[in-house]
Design a protein around this ligand. Structure first.
Ligand SMILES: Nc1ncnc2c1ncn2[C@@H]1O[C@H](COP(=O)(O)OP(=O)(O)OP(=O)(O)O)[C@@H](O)[C@H]1O
Length: 518
């Protein structure tokens, strides 16, 4: 749905659109879209402390995070902290941290918090579900608190001190909820903007005061382009799921964002990048956005799967998948299960099939209205629908309590996507299970990377998968599991990376979907 009379989406000088967003020409409010205006306003958020601080418990493997190898590269890294006390957070923040159930920092927090507090740029890589969000939120909030910012209410132009971007609406909303939780009772005001929701509603929220602006790229560029948000006071620029934010789909938007009027240069701001995966080619590109002395933090293997997820594979044929899915779901009962499929059509199709088979199921994908997407997540969270069929729109970042299973009905064509998907379970030291349907005909290009990810995560590698990896074309040899890897920073040169040639494919693939994401 690239569109707009004036050069397509993202053309900051012209009109741009994302799927569910209104389309406006620069500097005017002329609606160019033939689509109806988005009028959806989400229900008000609960204000009571119990809801704000609701959390699930960390699991039996939480303490094992401490055994993961950590590598910080770059000059003069500050010393890691061992406890939250050492982070020297102000009293309110400390209280909020403990009300959130945090007793001890995770490795990415132990290393990331002091790096950010020391004013350094960072590219951080740590496994799914290991607390990256708090690793960037806490030091930012601490700095804003100690400097005593206060958002001016009802000022025409809001000038946030921090800008956080993420690739999907649900994820940015979740980050916003975390920011709202940690800043509870302080003078720091976070706000969120994303597609699929009435722009007017979100602008009114921005106008009420905005210190930390969370957003998806399209909607952010929109509110900035309308002159409602100024960037000249910006100190922190955070890219969550940074490798995704810089791949072909979003990179142009990121360049537009840093080129927006008033945006401080990279020397004058702090840029923070976080993800569980970071292909080297994207690392090199990311350097454009970072000061040259940025620190690279790797907790465990860059691009490695969470070791708390048991990974199983089932050989299937295209036509047996549905029945096999049903068989599995019959045994898992009411346990929360996410089923990933490749296309939006298939998501609807499978969800309908499961409902007909009396498995309470809902679905989330880019063709659903925002209201429906939020309803689906809500029904899944509450357990009303314990099965959620999803496209890759739900693969990254979502932190949903009690997801015990991930099923790859269709395997993705990219190993990083696989790592993110299975990371929806096994979070915060809890254990989880992932079952992937492997179709020899369709999935063999992924076999070498799968073998590598499995063996690095100390998982059993089925012999047929290993065979498939070896026989799957000329590149298999170079894709053998490599031992003794530990270098991860692309600046080190020749560093290992868990990316075979297949990894460059998906960017192009997903690019077409971006507009439906955010
Ligand atoms: N120190 C801590 N103690 C207890 N719980 C924590 C701690 N840090 C984070 N958590 C909780 O762990 C869960 C996962 O954290 P988070 O969503 O930040 O992971 P992540 O590393 O960003 O994962 P992903 O790569 O999937 O985005 C959240 O529910 C979070 O509140």
């Amino acid at each position: 749905v690239k569109g707009g009379a004036a050069g397509g989406r993202g053309d900051f000088g012209g009109g741009y659109r994302t799927k569910d967003e209104d389309v406006f020409a620069k500097g005017s409010d002329i609606l160019l879209s033939t689509k109806p205006r988005v009028t959806y306003v989400p229900p008000p958020l609960p204000e009571d402390e119990d809801s704000i601080f609701a959390h699930y418990e960390s699991g039996i493997n939480f303490d094992k995070y401490d055994d993961i190898m950590v590598d910080v590269s770059g000059s003069n890294p500050p010393q890691a902290i061992m406890t939250f006390e050492e982070a020297a957070l102000c009293e309110t923040l400390n209280k909020n941290v403990s009300k959130s159930g945090y007793v001890k920092p995770t490795p990415v927090q132990k290393h990331g918090i002091p790096i950010i507090s020391a004013g350094r740029d960072i590219m951080a890589c740590a496994q799914t579900g290991s607390g990256k969000t708090a690793a960037f939120l806490l030091p930012i909030l601490q700095k804003l608190m100690s400097d005593g910012v206060a958002a001016s209410r009802f000022s025409e132009l809001q000038e946030p001190e921090a800008l956080i971007v993420a690739p999907t609406r649900e994820l940015i909303n979740q980050i916003y909820m975390e920011a709202r939780k940690f800043s509870f009772g302080t003078c720091v005001r976070p706000v969120v903007v994303y597609g699929g929701i009435s722009t007017g509603h979100q602008l009114r929220e921005v106008e009420r005061g905005c210190n930390v602006l969370c957003g998806t790229p399209g909607r952010l560029l929109d509110v900035i382009g309308r002159g409602k948000v100024g960037l000249s006071k910006l100190r922190y620029f955070v890219l969550d799921e940074a490798d995704r934010m810089l791949d072909m789909g979003f990179e142009p938007d990121m360049r537009r964002l840093v080129g927006s009027p008033g945006m401080p240069s990279k020397e004058e701001r702090q840029t923070l990048m976080f993800s569980a995966t970071f292909p080297e080619e994207i690392q090199r590109l990311a350097a454009d956005f970072l000061r040259t002395d940025y620190l690279f933090l790797a907790v465990g293997v860059v691009g490695g799967a969470c070791t708390d997820v048991e990974q199983k594979f089932v050989q299937v044929s295209k036509f047996s998948k549905r029945e096999q899915l049903l068989d599995i779901l019959k045994t898992t009962g009411t346990e929360r299960t996410m089923v990933f499929v490749e296309t939006k059509r298939n998501a609807d199709f499978i969800a309908t099939f499961l409902c007909q088979e009396k498995v309470p199921t809902t679905s989330i994908h880019g063709d659903r209205e925002q209201r429906e997407r939020e309803q689906a997540l809500g029904d899944f969270r509450s357990g009303k629908c314990p099965v959620l069929v999803a496209t890759s729109v739900a693969a990254r970042g979502l932190d949903i309590p009690d997801v015990q299973h991930v099923i790859n009905f269709d395997l993705p064509n990219n190993i990083d996507e696989y790592v993110h998907r299975i990371g929806r379970t096994g979070r915060c030291g809890n254990t989880g299970r992932a079952v992937s349907f492997y179709d020899m005909e369709a999935d063999s290009q992924l076999a070498p990377s799968l073998v590598r990810v499995l063996s690095r995560a100390q998982q059993e590698v089925p012999s047929w998968l290993e065979e498939s990896a070896f026989s799957g074309g000329g590149s298999a040899g170079s894709n053998l599991p490599r031992k003794g890897f530990n270098s991860t920073d692309s600046r080190k040169g020749g560093a290992f990376q868990d990316h075979s040639s297949v990894s460059s494919q998906p960017a192009a693939q997903t690019a077409a979907d971006d507009e439906e994401w955010e």
